[in-house]
Write a protein of this length. Structure first.
Length: 376
């Protein structure tokens, strides 16, 4: 029995005990053999999750640090097109504007990306494209493979935010022609917050910008990583590395295929409950775009207040997420990423069902029952 609330958020997520325990040990030298081995093992275990053979570096900063590193090292001064259909796509666009000549290819949040608009911009000479694979703010999974087909056809570099897909859903960075991809520690990896990892393709290295940031200079990361023992350029967040290492061992033990299938099963369970209640999923999907398998965004029905709904769920010891920015009070989101399974999901859905009723919504059918059907 844990005293902390159960976090069914799209990050942070519950952290397995072995992962937490790894952070309590005595300090180790980050220029020593043990750290070098741990860093090397982390990159080895991360590669299959990214679906890449490329070099991977671990940065001491949350996912946003990796977003900035990607754009600053490969987009500085270049023509960048940012695909946007949610908050994180917009964040990448904002970063792109700081460093390059950026244009937004926007859609309404949660609606399909403008693929035709992307192709036009590539014809007009876009050199770098930014994409969010799993748009956490709207619960939509964007068609990375399709975008990669276009960027590679036109010889543009593809930067992909895989922060809430890598380690939870299928990512095949190499096969999809993704040049730079990154993940954050507190999402599907079920590690503590504060680290990110980034992969860089040989093609991206050829396009490395001259004018790079200092702390997030990926060429410095590359030089340090090639040393023996493997290093980072500056002092890393060592306790978080130790935890990440354990988290990746947990993932390796489960097996990537099984892990992805578990996430997909949980996603099917939430979607079945939503339908049974008579609620609507928020994203608009079209066969190319899909519902996210790691976070589900559900429309808040009329007359129900977000505060009442999530407040009651929280009274029952479970935290779910609201909408961000323009989606505030319009949707709620259930995260199902990391180390959670049927018990966590069923208690969450029971709490939501109860709270929907309490908040004045007449649920149509038994959502928990519908979810169970998907989990057996
Ligand atoms: C969480 C998240 C980020 C990064 O956010 P941090 O607060 O820096 O961890 C970026 N992109 C997506 C899609 C995310 O879900």
């Amino acid at each position: 029995m844990e005293n902390e609330p159960l976090l069914m958020l799209p990050g942070p997520v519950p952290i397995p005990m072995t992962v937490r325990a790894a952070m309590t040990r005595q300090a180790i030298n980050h220029r020593g053999n043990e750290f070098g081995r741990i860093y090397a093992e982390c990159t080895r275990m991360l590669r299959p999750l990214f679906g890449t053979k490329n070099e991977i570096f671990v940065l001491s900063g949350s996912g946003t640090a990796a977003m900035e590193a990607a754009v600053a090292n490969f987009g500085e001064g270049r023509a960048i097109a940012s695909l946007v259909n949610g908050k994180f796509g917009e964040r990448l666009y904002r970063i792109a504007k700081r460093y390059g000549n950026a244009r937004e290819i926007g859609s309404e949040w949660g609606e399909p990306l403008d693929i035709a608009g992307l192709e036009r911009s590539l014809e007009e000479g876009t050199e770098v494209v930014t994409l969010v694979h799993n748009e956490t703010s709207a619960g939509i999974r964007n068609p990375a493979e399709e975008v990669g087909r276009l960027t590679s056809k036109y010889g543009a570099l593809l930067i992909m935010d895989g922060i809430t897909s890598i380690g939870g859903d299928l990512v095949e960075a190499d096969r999809w022609h993704v040049d730079v991809a990154f993940v954050g520690s507190q999402k599907c990896l079920a590690a503590p917050a504060g680290l990110s990892a980034i992969s860089v393709s040989p093609r991206a290295w050829k396009m490395l910008c001259e004018d790079r940031p200092y702390y997030l200079d990926l060429d410095a990361y590359r030089k340090s990583a090639s040393k023996n023992p493997m290093e980072t350029p500056y002092t890393p967040a060592v306790p978080l590395f130790l935890a990440l290492h354990e988290a990746l061992i947990v993932i390796e033990k489960e097996g990537l295929t099984q892990r992805i299938e578990r996430h997909r099963r949980l996603a099917r369970a939430v979607r079945a409950a939503t339908e049974a209640w008579g609620l609507a999923l928020y994203p608009k999907i079209d066969g190319l775009h899909e519902y996210s398998n790691t976070v589900t965004a559900i429309e808040i029905p009329e007359r129900v207040k977000d505060k009442d709904l999530r407040g009651m769920v929280k009274k029952l010891g479970i935290e779910i997420a609201g909408g961000q920015d323009r989606l505030k009070e319009r949707i709620f989101r259930i995260g199902h990423m990391g180390a959670v399974g049927a018990p966590e999901m069923l208690s969450t859905l029971s709490a939501v069902e109860f709270s929907l009723r309490r908040a004045g919504f007449g649920v149509k059918g038994n959502g928990v029952q519908a979810a169970c059907e998907m989990l057996v």
